[in-house]
Design a protein around this ligand. Structure first.
Ligand SMILES: [Zn+2]
Length: 140
């Protein structure tokens, strides 16, 4: 890791200051703390574009709770999740929900096994979006 201000490698630490991801060496951190560093440039994480986002109060509360003080970092995380097939949709997690539901409804182990098998075979036949549409178009 290299200091983004001077390029030095001594005692380098990365941290967040507000929404800015910063990598600085010990010397430059001291300068920053004393206000002698001015605005630190961003590292080569990508191109920064301003986004304006409208959400309900509830959604903002949820968002800020999840973001834990760093909205940019959280949005980057969500984008990463959305782009990875495993992150976007976890077959194992949905089977876990099915098992929980089956137990709650008093299904026998045999019935739960059948349910899990049936769901498993449908994973291969329908896409996530198709399955979503079947649910939202249904009366259940
Ligand atoms: Zn430095």
């Amino acid at each position: 890791m290299k200091c983004m201000n001077c390029g030095g490698t001594h005692d380098v630490t990365d941290f967040y200051q507000g929404e800015d991801y910063i990598i600085l060496c010990g010397n430059c951190r001291q300068k920053l703390a004393m206000g002698q560093l001015g605005k630190v440039g961003r590292p080569s994480m990508g191109t920064t574009k301003k986004v304006s986002l409208t959400l309900s109060e509830d959604d903002w509360n949820w968002f800020d709770e999840q973001a834990k003080g760093n909205r940019s970092q959280f949005v980057r995380y969500l984008i990463g999740q959305e782009q990875s097939p495993e992150g976007r949709w976890s077959n194992y997690a949905s089977l876990g929900y099915a098992i929980l539901a089956g137990k709650e409804l008093g299904y026998t182990d045999e019935q739960i096994t059948d349910l899990v098998r049936a769901i498993n075979s449908n994973f291969d036949m329908k896409t996530v979006d198709e399955a979503k549409k079947i649910y939202t178009d249904s009366l259940y």
